[in-house]
Design a protein around this ligand. Sequence first.
Ligand SMILES: Cc1cc2nc3c(=O)[nH]c(=O)nc-3n(C[C@H](O)[C@H](O)[C@H](O)COP(=O)(O)OP(=O)(O)OC[C@H]3O[C@@H](n4cnc5c(N)ncnc54)[C@H](O)[C@@H]3O)c2cc1C
Length: 452
Amino acid sequence: MGSNETPGWRRLNVGIIGGGIGGMSAAIALRRAGHLTTIYERADFAGEVGASVSCAANGTRWLHAWDVDVAKGDPVVLRKLINRDWKTGEPVSVYDLDDYEKRWGFVYNMFHRQFMHRMLMDCALQKEGKGTPSTLHVNHKCESINLDTTTITFTNGVTAQHDIIVGADGIGSAVRTAIGIQPAKRPAEQSCLHTNVSTEEAVRAGLVDYSQNSALEYWGGQEGKWDKIVLSPCNDGKLLSYYCFFPREKGDYATQTWASEDRPVEELLAPYPELDRNVFKHLAIGKEIRPWRLWLHDPYPYLSRNRVCLLGDAGHPMMPHQSQGACMAIEDAAALGILFGEDHFRGDIDEVMAVYDDIRLPRVTRVQAAAAKAAYNINERIGFSVNKNISTYKVEDPKKILTIEEMNAYDMHKDVEEQLAARRGEVFAQKFIRGLPIGLELPSGVIIGESN
Ligand SMILES: Cc1cc2nc3c(=O)[nH]c(=O)nc-3n(C[C@H](O)[C@H](O)[C@H](O)COP(=O)(O)OP(=O)(O)OC[C@H]3O[C@@H](n4cnc5c(N)ncnc54)[C@H](O)[C@@H]3O)c2cc1C
């Protein structure tokens, strides 16, 4: 670095446990902030999940801020969110994303998970770009952490000591256990099977070419029902990734892992006798049918302890229904990059960890709660949550809906400055509260800075 002006700033040796989307993002953000980063991954990525992952503007903005080569992710830029009638397939609620980039500065990307992961990993490890390239050790599964010495012990017998440790080890996090969190969790009332459909094959079979819509499309999800089909086009539209939800009583996959054997197509189709035949026929040619186990975790009380913090699903696993899991992991990483960056870090790790909790917990907890609600009511889903003029629109509390405005108008730099000032007993005089501009009226009617 050499150019930093902040007294007390020092280069840290950071250990990152877990080399998924969150771990790679943390490595990028922290190397760019001037630190040395080592990623420890339990696997070797051979079994990476073949499914889509969406990245709305609040995630995409950081990819650009970090000079990630987004084209490597071969994304589909989403143009619409479409909710269709379960039986007829007719659109019920449509949210247009045509002005999305103009409004928010960044597009809504749909990636294939393996491509997104590779894109992030390349950026973390490559020589080019700001900071020192990260080091990756695969086949290093974290077993335990000594919180006093910040030392990791791996199941292969290796130990490693770091100045700070980032636990990006996913929903079954070992780091979470190490910092004393026992999740209150239960299987969701909903099950999910995922399948991939090749657009080329579908078109060859004379089926509807959904790739033309460049849309995230949903069948059902209304009226408190657990049944829902989610279609996400990725790889420039060549692949259609389908998430198929149904009540758990119709098939319980709560204890099955993604890495299990492919399921027979009959099992995928069985819960859907009344589903729109156009999409049903797509599912009938689906490949790689795998269960995605769904668990609800109550929010955790904290994200960090001593010099160890959680990031991504390790810190806030959420239901998939707001498509924000990856974005929240990316935002966590961005927060660490800013907090440990040359503008703010004065060498006090405890202070940074406390502010990380201050800024991340409220935001991720809100998204987590909204994701659980959207599981059985698509009107609670960001985007559809403002389509109030459709006949089936009904939400739990109109003042509490989560909207695109709240997600994308959020300025993390301002939030960091405000919370750091509070910790330091300094005055924060800018016209922002928790990263949102004072006076901004959200579609819920809530005006930032006014008591509602
Ligand atoms: C099939 C599927 C589809 C999804 N679709 C979407 C979507 O459309 N939009 C969205 O926003 N989110 C989606 N998500 C969720 C999103 O992928 C996650 O929220 C996001 O990847 C979180 O990243 P993470 O790095 O925290 O966890 P992960 O990506 O799960 O990475 C955790 C990593 O830690 C490693 N690890 C685990 N334990 C250890 C250990 N003890 N030691 C070392 N390494 C360990 C794992 O091998 C893994 O590589 C999807 C998830 C799945 C499974």
